[in-house]
Structures are given as C-alpha cells and as structure tokens.
Design a protein around this ligand. Sequence first.
Ligand code: S3P
Length: 439
Amino acid sequence: MSSEQNIIYQVQPGGKLTGTLRVPGDKSISHRSIMLGSLAEGVTEVSGFLEGDDALATLATFEALGVKIERPAAEKLRIHGVGMQGLTAPEKDLDVGNSGTSIRLLSGLLAGQMFNSTLTGDSSLSGRPMQRVTDPLALMGAMIASAEGKPPLHIMGGMPLAGIHYDLPMASAQVKSCVLLAGMYAAGKTSVTEPAPTRDHTERMLTGMGYEVEVNGDTVSLEGGGKLTATAINVPADISSATFFMVGAAIAEGSDITLQHVGINPTRIGIINILTAMGADITLSNEQETGGEPVADIRVRYAPLKGIQIPADQVPLAIDEFPAIFIAAACADGQTVLTGAEELRVKESDRIQAMADGLQILGIDAQSTTDGIIINGGVIGSGEVNSLGDHRIAMAFAMAGLQAGGTIFINDCANVATSFPNFIALANNAGLEIESIYA
Ligand code: S3P
C-alpha cells in the first residue's frame, strides 16, 4: 500500500499561482459512479473518473464482487452493470485502504446481499467510527459485527431488511448514503432526515439512473425494490482538490489562477462562501450542468484576507476544506474562529489537532478547541510538520509554502495519492516549488 512508503514533501518558500488548470475528478462522485454503475442494468460509461487510491479501492471491490469494469482510456471506465441482484460473493476480505466513503457506503449495500462479506482498511481507517453506520443498519435488520465499533466489519448476508425512518445524529453524507443504499434492498420505505444539508451526490445519481428519490426539505426517502438503468456519467473536477489552489492563489500576492470544470454543487461550495467572506477575489464563469451536477470555471486572484467567525451553516458544506481554510486563516489579518466542527476530529486524521500542531511549528498562534480552532493570522515561518498520513493536511501545508519564511518539510505524504495523484506536477506547473523526497 502507498501509505507504507514515507514520502516527504519539501516546499521552497515564496512564489505565486498562475495559469489555467483542471484538477482530477470528484472523489465522492467517482465512488458512487462505480457503486451505482455496478448495480445498474446495462453499461455505464464514466468519464473524468478520479484514478486515486480511494476510488480505485472501490473499483477493485466491485471487481471482487463479480463486476466487469474496463478502463478503455485515462479517467474513463466502462462498467458492465450486473443489476440489483447480480453481485457475487467475494473470495476474500474487501480491503478498501484509506477510504471512509468506500467502507461506509459499501456496508449499506453489502447488508442487502445474500452472501457474507468482510470490509477492512488501513490503520487510519481501522481507527475510525463505524457505529454511525452499523446502528441504523441494525435497525433495518442487518447483522454486522465490528471491532468495538471500528473496522473490520463482518456483514452477514441473507438478512431481510425493512425500511426505517432515521434521524441522522450528525451531518454525514456517508451515513445518509449508507442508509439509502441499504434502503434499496429493504421492504417498504426508507427515509433519512439530516440535521444540516450534506452532499447529495447519491440522491442525484440515483435519480439520474432512474431510481425514484423523494426529497422533502431535510428528508430524503426511497422505496425498496427499485432498479437502476445505466447511463453516461461525466465526473466534474473535485472542488475539494481545487480548494488547495484556491487558497494558494488567495494568499500569494500576484496570483491569478483559473480552475476548470469544477463541481459547484450547492452542498459543496462552503469553500467559495468562506473564502469570499474572508475577502478573497473569486469569480465563476462557464456555469453549466453535466450529468445532474452543476460545474463552473473558478478564477481566484490574490486579495488581502481578513479573519472571520466561520458561519455554522457553512461547516458541513466545507467539511473537507478546513485544513486549507486554516492556512488561509494563518495568512489573514486578524482572528478566525471555527466552532461546531467536531466531525473534523474523526476524519483521515484528527484534523483539528494535526493542523493546530503544524501551524504552531510554523510560528502561527493556533489553539484547538473541542469542536474547532482559533487562529490568529501571522507570519508563517519554516519547519517540519507531520501530515499524519492525511492527504488534505499534506496538501494544505504545501500551500503554506507560498507565504513561508523558509523551507517547509511535510512528513507522511503518500496518501495524497488517495485523492490527488498528480498534485505535485500541477502545483509545480502553477508556481509552487515543491518536490517529493522518498525516505
Ligand atoms: C463524503 C462525505 C463526507 C466527506 C468525505 C466524503 C462522501 O464524510 O468528509 O470526504 O463522499 O459522502 P462524512 O459523511 O463523514 O461527513
């Protein structure tokens, strides 16, 4: 696994970001294209697919479940759907590596199958909470054994599922999606109410493939026993990957960068709203819709940033973007305060602590709180920080180099390949002086 190889990033100080680039495909949509394409009737053609370790783990899992998936060209898939009842028993455990989306969505899907299966992952994933999916699945009638609420998950096949209504205890698209996917195999209606809007890619793709989904305010529901019809899926560029370049351009004087064909689904645009509130100069153009998802080109030009109190309603809409937002806050004038973001403590790493520790090493006054962080903008120095094997921590600190006083070394960066395999090449092209050192 890539995470076993220590890759250190060495980032030289200074520079600015310019030019036009397209970051890789959206991770959430890439996962869902394989899952739903596999269960559809007919052949689903995917373009813009993210060839990162996480989505490739989902791909390998569906191959192990008997689905033929061709890769005719770069970023393209041809998925030969087997229909709702066509998956077959895997011969061994299904190892999804670092991917929380894979294990949580798959637990719902596999709970509805006639065969047993086991989901495992790497050391980071093995420490992450799974009770948030096993609890509602148990209410539906599933039998899943875990290691005290953590992976591996042993899922018993052949358990009849019944639809439930579930009030999500936390704003989580993974849990919402898990319950909905199990709901397709359940008798009757399954509905989920969320405490705040979370990404709705599952609902959009289900609808696009002909599975009726009802959305009523904060509640989404579907009836079990439906079917999916293959379709073409054009995956937009991932706004979560674009974020690093948006922040880099926002903090480095003279920057002017355009990110093409980025997904701007309203449940994902917290980064645009938060950076704009901090004073960033962001414009959208070429707005269009592709495969049920809105996309646009995003241009960011340098403008001085100021610290803000991050609005509570933006937290779920920017949940993966906070490591980068904290770098913007470190470069802003004044104080930035984040609250209500305790979910950040159970991501690929404890992102609040990882960022507070790294920012302090770089000379920034950053204090973690139970559910957020307080950052006083200042002068970024130099030093050696640890990404803790978390792709988004690694890429966030890479962008800090644009405003640093000296070289920044970032440890444990192999997992950048989970979401953004060509990050180093694109970052260098745009103007960041960064290289990988293999230790
Ligand atoms: C995701 C949902 C979010 C997000 C993750 C991808 C998804 O997780 O952080 O990167 O694809 O549904 P939570 O559901 O845990 O908030």
